[in-house]
Structures are given as structure tokens and as C-alpha cells.
Design a protein around this ligand. Structure first.
Ligand SMILES: C[S@@+](CC[C@H](N)C(=O)[O-])C[C@H]1O[C@@H](n2cnc3c(N)ncnc32)[C@H](O)[C@@H]1O
Length: 287
């Protein structure tokens, strides 16, 4: 299947529409829920030497929703933060810039905007080191996941942390990735977008980086629209789950995914809910 998993590559605008549709059907978490989650995942040890400036590298920061929570956490202990933002999408980085201007809680952050892919960014062998480098739901999209992890790790200062959030292989969402790949994938899965937390942990283990902790984040998704025959939103959601554009042209993939979702969802009244789990992995570069 030619376009399997190629939504972002072939049609970034359509991916944006799919992502927006997805955001309307996920269980709303309050800002406080997000704060609590990232507060516990940005370890206190990053916050040591209170007062000193911290340097943060964000890979694929999007419009900065998660970044700003992480930055707020750092600003609890530090007077200032230098934040380098690597984000290829013009639309998203512009939205992030507006957020940075309007959110007064980010006043002590110095932003360094890089409208680039991770691949372009790492070509420039910059010697700046960072106390925290993060990639939140980005590693599906980079060209080479291992190279990106290695580059992020190399730019960490001694004692720094790398935080990666990615779909968990353990949840039903990860199960869907595995099943789709089994039936429709060709070649090495790591060359595709269907990457999961097990792949990141395997890389860390292979590198002898044993000092990492993990935690899980659950998202409840209302997938009712997917089962409505002519629903535009349902189509966008299925394309988001399969990362494949124009799924109507791929009836076998569409029916496999619908069957999987039906068998792994819960029905509440008239609604159908599917649960996706992502894993946050925080690795420590020991001094
Ligand atoms: C699902 S969004 C996550 C955004 C943000 N980290 C968040 O969690 O809100 C994926 C992001 O990865 C970015 N992206 C796609 N390909 C990339 C690449 N090769 N290098 C860096 N970022 C990339 C996209 O533009 C998008 O902002």
C-alpha cells in the first residue's frame, strides 16, 4: 500500500486537519492535570542549583502547549530559562510565538526560534549544551529515530535529562500500531512512523544508558464518529490513527482498523471510547 503511514510526509495540511479533529474528541484534561503530570515528570534534580539559568532544547515543539508547562515548572526554581525551539511548521511556530508574547508567566524565558526539522537543526554542529532536551510525540515523524535520540543526548550537559513522550507499545493504541504493521507494513518498522516506547527503551538499553524512569499518560478518545459512514470527522480520525491519507481509498485498512477499535473500546450510552496510552521516558546523563 503506497501511502500507508505517509500522512505527514505527503500531506502536512491534511495531517493538521486530522490533528485538530483528534483534539476535539479527546477527553479534556484541565491545565492543572497537565501541570501535575509534567511537574512529576520534570524531576527535581533538573531544578537544582536554584537561581542559575537552565537551558532547554525542544524538538518538534508545535505551538508550545506542553513546552510552556515544562518551562513554568523550571521557572519555579530558576530566575531565567533559555529555550531553543526546533519546529518545522511555520503555522505552529507562529502560534507558539504568540503564546510566548501573551503568556506573562513566560516573561523570564529567552526564546531562540529555529524553524527547522530536527534533521536540519542537527546538521549544524552547535556546541551549546542543554540541561533538558525533550521531544513530545515527535519521534514518529523524524527521519531517523536513533540518530535523533543520539543527537539530543550529545547536546545534553552532564547531569542533564532527556524527556521523550511517545505511544506506549503496551496499550491498545500500541496494539493497533503492531497490528497495522503486521498486516500492511513492509520492511523495517523503525523506518516507518509506527514507532513506540519499546523502541526508545531498546535504544537506551543498547547505549548502556540504564538511568531512566518511565511513566504513563492515558487519553480517552471518543471514536463514535469513526463508525458513522459519511462522517468527515470520523474519516479524519481514522487517518490520524493510521497516519495514512485518504483512507476511503484503502477499504481493507479502514475495515481492519474499525474492527480493532470496535473490539478494544468501551461503549458508554451512545458513545464509543478508545483508550490510548503514551509513555514518558526521562533519561539522566550522569556526570
Ligand atoms: C504531534 S505534534 C507534537 C507537538 C508538541 N510537541 C506537543 O506535544 O504539543 C508533532 C510535531 O512534530 C513536528 N515535526 C514533524 N516532523 C518533524 C521533524 N522532522 N523534526 C522536528 N519536528 C517535526 C510537527 O511539526 C509537530 O509540531
Amino acid at each position: 500500500m503506497m501511502d500507508f503511514g505517509k500522512l505527514v510526509k505527503l500531506s502536512p495540511e491534511r495531517y493538521s486537519a486530522c490533528f485538530r479533529a483528534y483534539q476535539t474528541v479527546i477527553e479534556k484534561k484541565t491545565k492543572e492535570d497537565y501541570h501535575l503530570f509534567y511537574r512529576s515528570n520534570v524531576p527535581d534534580s533538573i531544578l537544582c542549583e536554584s537561581g542559575a539559568e537552565r537551558r532547554v532544547l525542544g524538538i518538534g515543539s508545535g505551538s508550545g502547549e506542553i513546552d510552556s508547562i515544562i518551562l513554568n515548572r523550571l521557572l519555579q526554581r530558576h530566575d531565567s530559562v533559555y529555550n531553543r525551539v526546533v519546529e518545522p511548521s511555520e503555522e505552529l511556530i507562529e502560534r507558539y510565538k504568540i503564546r510566548a508574547r501573551e503568556d506573562t508567566s513566560l516573561g523570564a524565558v529567552t526564546f531562540d526560534w529555529r524553524q527547522q526539522t530536527a534533521e536540519e537543526y542537527f546538521l549544524d554542529k552547535d556546541r551549546t549544551t542543554f540541561n533538558l532536551a525533550h521531544a513530545v510525540h515527535v519521534l514518529y515523524h523524524v527521519k531517523d529515530m536513533h540518530a535523533t535520540l543520539r543527537n539530543m543526548w550529545e547536546q545534553l550537559a552532564d547531569g542533564g535529562r532527556m524527556l521523550v513522550q511517545i505511544k506506549s507499545d503496551a496499550g491498545v493504541g500500541g496494539g493497533l500500531f503492531h497490528k497495522m504493521w503486521e498486516e500492511f507494513g513492509e520492511g523495517d518498522r523503525l523506518q516507518s512512523v509506527f514507532r513506540m516506547s519499546c523502541d526508545v527503551k531498546q535504544w537506551l538499553d543498547g547505549m548502556g544508558i540504564i538511568s531512566y524512569v518511565t511513566s504513563e499518560d492515558e487519553t480517552n478518545i471518543d471514536v463514535t464518529e469513526c463508525f458513522k459512514e459519511n462522517s468527515k470527522k470520523g474519516t479524519l480520525l481514522l487517518e490520524f490513527f493510521t497516519l495514512t491519507p485518504y483512507i476511503a481509498n484503502e477499504p481493507e485498512l479502514r475495515s481492519m482498523v474499525l474492527e480493532y477499535i470496535r473490539n478494544n473500546s468501551s461503549v458508554v450510552g451512545e458513545k464509543v471510547f478508545f483508550k490510548s496510552i503514551s509513555e514518558v521516558i526521562v533519561a539522566h546523563k550522569r556526570q
